[in-house]
Design a protein around this ligand. Structure first.
Ligand code: FAD
Length: 450
């Protein structure tokens, strides 16, 4: 008997672990563990927490629809797993790999427990589009890539070779594994608040919604993606990130739906950026430690509160932070503009902005969020050069000339003309030109550090 534990793979089709399980032809228990370490400090009710719960509810619904059972338990994953191994004739524990520092140390503890109890531990790569665990062997390099462009070249050739040109027909869904239902008698019941959140959420959230979004994006926006992706007032990107990050849809399913179509190349390049950051988390141990490696002591938290609450007096920054705080959404271009403004014009440490996004983005993902913040603050590998500082007013004017985004999120500015609406208000917390010059000086010395 096997134990399969869902983590960032909240779907029932196209799971690489199901391929493996089918080849074993054994019966098993399917489990989702709600880990208190990941739901503490208000994270369950944050935008990303609600996104996760919605998609977990949808996963439960998918199991029920297929006549199968998903057990949902609450507790430290090591304790829950240990209790199950001690009370059931399970001979192997199967998961998809996860590469954040927390996930790695949790999985190390899990693996030790599984081995101590004499069972097998099987961890299978699933989240990236390219199998990044096989990637170094494919490239033959002894050093991991640090720069995106050569990574992307090799990644593209890897993808071309590893995908079946007729589609990914060999990856299996829930109907092909022999999950067994029945009571799991261990004392890790869900707290009432989580149980009712799981029961009360609309079940169409996850795989169905992401499939509809993908279908509409391919039909209506893919062909023009390169030209329209930065037009943040229009919202013509896929909107798939929050589903990709919980695994409600796999990167392979997204690839299959777009491959070879006009516009797909630019869009797949974004999936390559996703893989590039996942790759860095896997192979560069400094990826989650940059704040300890660079001297950021010239930076301050002076203006952080004004930035976070959308009260800087720079209209596009305040509009963007208002959208983020209210909805959990923020287009990529505005993530870059607000992040550069915080770290460069306001000289705040990137970790403050990273933390604010962590609590407010619906699609929050530790690895991708860190990648974005490192890039914008000119730290890490292949980041923006330290002197690259986007001017928020110019960005707003270029990508939304009539200011409809600002008018939508800051209606008190709607009376301003198309020309005026992008400009800093009197009383803005910094002068854009002077703060830019100061940031270049400060970041020149940070960038020079080894
Ligand atoms: P599309 O334009 O349709 O792109 C398709 C997919 O490609 C996305 O769903 C995403 O998986 C991937 N992708 C797109 N842009 C990027 C990028 N710049 N880097 C890595 N992958 C990308 N993305 C997250 O998913 N979670 C985060 O926590 C996150 N934090 C970010 C923080 C900052 C400071 C910045 C600059 C970017 C961050 N991003 C993050 C990346 C990007 O902004 C979002 O993935 C994108 O806006 C999601 O919208 P979409 O699904 O419509 O993307």
């Amino acid at each position: 008997m096997y134990l399969f534990i869902h983590r960032k793979d909240l779907r029932v089709a196209d799971l690489r672990a199901f391929d493996y399980l089918r080849s074993k032809d054994a019966e098993g228990i399917h489990l989702l563990i709600i880990d208190p370490a990941l739901t503490a400090q208000g994270r369950l009710t944050s935008h990303s927490g609600r996104n996760f719960v919605g998609q977990a509810a949808s996963l439960l619904h998918s199991y029920a629809k297929a006549g199968k059972e998903l057990h949902v338990l609450y507790g430290d994953p090591v304790h829950v797993t240990e209790a199950l191994l001690q009370s059931h004739p399970i001979d192997e524990v199967v998961v998809h790999a996860d590469y954040t520092p927390y996930a790695r140390s949790r999985d190390e503890r899990l693996q030790q427990t599984v081995h101590r109890l004499g069972r097998r531990w099987i961890s299978i790569a699933d989240a990236p589009l390219a199998d990044l665990e096989a990637f170094p062997a494919y490239t033959g390099r002894s050093e991991p890539y640090k720069v995106f462009t050569p990574f992307y070249r090799m990644w593209s050739s890897f993808i071309m070779q590893s995908y079946n040109p007729m589609g990914i027909t060999t990856i299996h869904d829930l109907n092909t594994v022999r999950e067994i239902s029945g009571r799991v008698a261990v004392p890790f019941a869900l707290p009432e608040q989580i149980a009712s959140a799981l029961g009360g959420t609309a079940a169409v959230e996850g795989s169905v919604k992401s499939a509809l979004l993908l279908d509409r994006f391919v039909r209506e926006h893919l062909a023009a993606y390169a030209a329209s992706r930065d037009a943040f007032a229009e919202g013509h990107t896929s909107g798939l990130s929050r589903f990709l990050n919980t695994g409600a849809i796999s990167a392979r399913q997204a690839y299959e739906a777009t491959e070879g179509l006009p516009g797909a190349e630019t869009w797949l390049r974004q999936l390559a950026w996703r893989d590039f950051y996942l790759y860095q988390a896997m192979y560069h141990e400094d990826y989650f430690r940059y704040e300890h490696l660079s001297d950021l002591s010239a930076l301050t938290d002076k203006h952080f509160g004004a930035w976070a609450s959308g009260a800087t007096g720079i209209p596009i920054i305040d509009a963007a932070m208002t959208q983020l705080n209210r909805t959990g959404e923020l287009p990529n271009r505005l993530r870059m503009v607000t992040a550069m403004f915080l770290t460069k014009n306001l000289l705040c440490p990137f970790t403050l902005g990273e933390q604010h996004f962590r609590l407010n983005l619906s699609d929050y993902d530790n690895t991708l969020n860190r990648g974005g913040w490192l890039w914008c603050s000119s730290l890490g590998y292949d980041a923006a050069p330290y002197f690259r500082i986007m001017n928020p007013a110019t960005q707003s004017q270029t990508h939304d000339p009539v200011g409809s985004y600002i008018r939508r999120w800051l209606p008190h500015l709607a009376h301003l003309s198309d020309k005026e609406i992008h400009q800093p208000l009197s009383g803005a917390i910094v002068d854009l030109k002077a703060s830019r010059a100061r940031a270049i000086d400060v970041y020149r010395s940070i960038a020079k550090q080894p």
